[in-house]
Design a binder for this molecule. Structure first.
Ligand SMILES: [Cu+2]
Length: 289
């Protein structure tokens, strides 16, 4: 269908109504599709409480973006089909100039304000509840999980170019293997011995900077047994790309056997380690004097 150019504009108010109707139908179809069909496949999955919370935020933000995306697509498609120059007349004529539209401007301002303020409230509530508990931002998390008192403490130590892990509840034993029990709150204490690294346990949804002199706390609870990747996510020198390992999630009893075997295996060297501490300051071996 083509419309004579001189009719486009304020003489054709039904265009706005048509666009609104098509937009409403497209949005009503696509929002449920995003939430219930696409949503379950949006990363990062449901392995831990952290990834579930991140997944929920991803679905909410994606669903909220759909009305705006539909408005752009519907308007584009509608304009391409309806607002063409009339090929019969052989000339292109502009429609009347649009100065402003108070109703559209007011609607736009109100919708934007409600979206921004609503998302700010949503994010703030998330930060102050269990979902925001200890994301690795420092030593005093804004919120703690309800079972933080019984959490298994695991210290993550970054150094060029290796991750090691100390278990303070088991004599501060240090190992290059990361083994965690399923269904138990884990309290990571992330620090570094040299430069800035970043502890990224990908499938756990945990990422915390490893900074010398800092103790960054990150909580996570894992719901299934399996394995996960650990990488350094902060360029930290020549072999940064090799600073990765695989972590293992095992049953509570398997964890107990492993940790006790590890304590026994490393007993001879554990006594030479510095005492367990939240941070470590290596002594310089030489200076510039
Ligand atoms: Cu690193």
């Amino acid at each position: 269908m083509s419309i004579a150019p001189e009719k486009v504009g304020r003489d054709e108010p039904h265009h706005g109504r048509n666009i609104a109707i098509i937009w409403a139908i497209a949005t009503a179809i696509m929002v449920p599709v995003i939430i219930w069909v696409v949503g379950p496949h949006i990363p990062p999955g449901s392995l831990t409480d952290d990834t579930r919370a991140q997944h929920a935020v991803d679905v909410v933000l994606t669903a909220l973006s759909i009305p705006l995306l539909m408005l752009v697509w519907v308007y584009l498609g509608y304009a391409v089909i309806n607002f063409r120059a009339d090929p019969a007349s052989g000339t292109i004529v502009d429609g009347p100039p649009l100065r402003s539209n108070t109703r559209i401007q007011a609607t736009w301002l109100i919708v934007s304000a409600v979206l921004v303020v609503g998302l700010a409230a949503y994010g703030t509530v998330d930060l102050l509840t269990e979902n925001g508990a200890g994301g690795g931002q420092g030593s005093n998390p804004l919120a703690k999980p309800s079972d933080a008192r019984s959490a298994l403490q695991v210290q993550v130590i970054g150094q060029q170019w290796l991750w090691t892990f100390r278990y303070p509840g088991y004599g501060g034993v240090e190992t290059a293997q990361l083994v965690l029990p399923v269904n138990r709150e884990i309290e990571f204490h992330v620090t570094s011995l040299d430069v800035v690294h970043s502890f990224w346990a990908i499938e756990l949804g945990v990422k915390a900077d490893a900074v010398p002199g800092a103790d960054n706390i990150a909580y996570v609870k894992i719901f299934r047994k399996g394995s996960f990747q650990v990488r350094c996510d902060e360029l930290c020198g020549l072999w940064h790309g090799h600073m990765n390992t695989t972590g293992h999630i095992v049953s509570g009893s398997a964890f107990n056997s492993w940790i006790h075997a590890t304590v026994t295996k490393y007993a001879a060297v554990t006594k030479y380690l510095p005492p367990y501490s939240l941070t470590y300051y290596p002594i310089p071996t030489r200076n510039a004097t």
